[in-house]
Design a protein around this ligand. Structure first.
Ligand code: BV8
Ligand code: ZN
Length: 247
């Protein structure tokens, strides 16, 4: 075990050493040290052309102005394009081989967990590098071709494609939340990393783990509505704290 660190107690290390079924939920904070802007607690603040995040990233806006939604996500892709996984993503990728079962569920659409080598990531809110046909559901990797037609047109049915992300007011991808909830309900150790825990149903996952008797550790420089529910709260930055658990 690496040297003692005031933020990570021996009791937490012991819990990690003895854990068999681990569940992790991440939010924008885990990508902050990669340079990805966080949302600062969900939808209120104006983020795009005077529109709050909860409007420009909503099903209502998709209906009203699909080109505007594409413009917003094209901008987000331009910000994300050059960003790399940080030590937090890399630590979680290493952890996937250390436990009997390891489940990584993320609210992030940036794809950085996958880029860090994490397999089977449950992308609760989709992936910004993918488009999905609004008619037949066919998907397309936006990094594959240099298709700058906006909105992209589906090769299968000629329908218009939309970003393959979950917008406010939309259901999560078929079965993904259910799978995450099942794993959260079976885990003995749950990490909640870099989320303000305000967006549902994702924020319900640590509560499911807690109610099932899991030991819940929150990693966040700030307290959140979940902090009181957790057995341990580490007030630190994920990229600095997660490597401290490396044996
Ligand atoms: C749905 C993709 C069924 C798009 C996103 C129950 C109660 C109230 C409201 C609802 C409810 N159930 C449903 C709702 C409505 C809504 C909702 O939750 N609204 C909130 C705002 C109250 N939920 C939905 O609409 C969901 N769908 O419920 O469908 C339905 C359908 C119709 C009607 C009813 C129900 C869909 C939600 C998904 C929306 N899409 N993203 C895009 O990205 O544009 S949500 C998006 O915002 C993210 O994915 C994420 O989920 C959320 C942002 O939160 P965080 O990731 O936590 O980021 P944030 O910036 O807030 O916080 C960062 C944290 O990191 C901070 O705490 C900070 O301190 C910390 N931090 C900073 N640096 C670091 C750090 N931590 C560690 N290390 C660091 N270095
Ligand atoms: Zn189609």
């Amino acid at each position: 075990m690496s040297a003692q660190h005031p933020l990570v107690t021996e009791q937490m290390r012991e819990r990690v050493r003895r854990a068999r079924r681990v569940f992790v939920l991440t939010g924008a904070g885990v990508s902050a040290e990669s340079g990805v802007p966080t949302f600062r607690g969900g939808g209120g603040t104006a983020v795009w052309k005077g529109m709050p995040f909860s409007l420009i990233s909503s099903a209502e806006m998709l209906e009203r102005d699909l080109p505007a939604v594409w413009e917003w996500f094209d901008y987000r892709r331009s910000v994300l394009g050059s960003l790399q996984p940080n030590p937090a993503h890399l630590a979680l990728a290493r952890w996937q081989n250390l436990f009997e079962t390891f489940t990584l569920a993320t609210q992030n659409i940036d794809g950085l967990h996958r880029a860090a080598g994490s397999r089977d990531v449950l992308e609760l809110h989709g992936n910004i590098w993918q488009a999905r046909c609004a008619i037949c559901g066919a998907r397309r990797d936006l990094r594959a071709g240099d298709d700058n037609v906006r909105p992209p047109v589906c090769c299968e049915c000629g329908g218009l494609m939309r970003p393959d992300v979950v917008l406010f007011g939309e259901m999560l991808p078929e079965g993904v939340f259910e799978h995450a909830a099942q794993r959260a309900g079976e885990c003995d150790l749950c990490f909640v990393i870099g989320t303000s825990a305000l967006v549902y149903p994702a924020a319900a996952l640590p509560e499911i783990a807690r109610r099932a008797g899991a030991y819940v550790i929150e990693i966040n420089p700030e307290l959140t509505p979940l902090s009181g529910e957790c057995q341990a709260v580490i007030k630190g930055r994920a990229g600095e704290v997660l490597p401290l658990f490396d044996s």
